[in-house]
Design a protein around this ligand. Structure first.
Ligand SMILES: Nc1ncnc2c1ncn2[C@@H]1O[C@H](COP(=O)(O)OP(=O)(O)OP(=O)(O)O)[C@@H](O)[C@H]1O
Length: 276
């Protein structure tokens, strides 16, 4: 969908000529994401735009947008410098409400897992024996390890994401697709599409709620948010979350104590839900 065809006017920067018209990828509660070649003709970029909010006082709105975008970019830059898998920030204009970053090819981890699971709705009375056997699910297990490693790398850097879900992680196909993407090759030499769906490098996105923190508590809450989101988005793969945590536990020195803290956070969560 070309941005100009939508009812939303694009930011001014996207009204200048480019090798291809920008396309609106998502329209969320807070902002919009465009795919554009305005920066370099043969390299698509992701432009995150926070349009003015008519319900907010204009001066306050401008200040809030600028601060939030600048803080998101700062966290992304820090992660990128330290080798955490995140999109590189290319250029930004926080006063105008936008930031241009590296375009990540591929699909969200959520889509990959659902593709693997066959998007079959949870069936009543479904038993363990009906779920795939462990040997068959190695590509999915490996994805859980890679997600755990990516979150561990993020926390090691001193950043907590604030909104970890399988939608806020992309799976970028590797150049050397096939085995390296976690795919398996069948007897007839055809790469298994299902395995391909969960292959690739995990790239963390959407740092709008990220903060800098080294505390076990903040890190554990970050994991707990992911655990809850994972359980509700992928109930049939819930038991594999332990693999993610196991992988996380070996990524940095303090990770084991974060996992101990996670027990407390879970307990508090359970108490809260019991009290309604
Ligand atoms: N760098 C990127 N490359 C490719 N696609 C991206 C990139 N960043 C974001 N996306 C896509 O755009 C969607 C929205 O991005 P993001 O979550 O960062 O924006 P948001 O406005 O904060 O969204 P939300 O309101 O849902 O939190 C993502 O789910 C993803 O599909």
């Amino acid at each position: 969908m070309a941005a100009t065809e939508t009812q939303f006017p694009p930011p001014k920067v996207l009204t200048y000529p480019a090798s291809a018209p920008p396309s609106l990828v998502t329209q969320g509660a807070e902002g919009r994401l465009y795919k554009t070649t305005h920066l370099v003709p043969d390299r698509p970029c992701a432009l995150k735009y926070r349009p003015p909010k008519p319900y907010r006082h204009p001066i306050l709105d401008a200040r809030l947008t600028k601060t939030r975008l600048a803080s998101e970019a700062k966290v992304l830059e820090r992660c990128w410098r330290e080798g955490v898998p995140v999109p590189a920030v290319y250029v930004m204009d926080p006063a105008a409400g936008w930031m241009m970053m590296e375009w990540i090819d591929g699909h969200p981890v959520r889509v990959g897992i659902n593709e693997w699971l066959g998007e079959r709705p949870e069936e009543e009375g479904e038993t363990e024996t009906e779920t795939p056997k462990p040997a068959d699910e190695e590509p999915l297990v490996d994805l859980m390890r890679r997600v755990g490693a990516a979150v561990g790398a993020l926390h090691r850097t001193g950043v907590v994401h604030g909104d970890l879900t399988t939608s806020n992680m992309m799976l970028r196909p590797r150049e050397d697709a096939g085995q390296a993407n976690g795919s398996t090759t069948g007897v007839d030499g055809v790469v298994d599409d299902k395995a391909k769906a969960v292959g690739g490098d995990v790239v963390l996105i959407d740092f709008g709620l990220a903060t800098q923190s080294m505390s076990d508590e903040d890190r554990a809450v970050d994991l707990y948010v992911l655990e809850r989101a994972f359980a509700s988005t992928h109930p049939r793969a819930e038991r594999l979350f332990a693999t993610l945590l196991e992988s996380y536990g070996s990524t940095f020195k303090k990770a084991p104590s974060v996992l101990v803290k996670l027990e407390d956070v879970r307990m508090r969560g359970r108490k809260r839900s019991m009290l309604g």
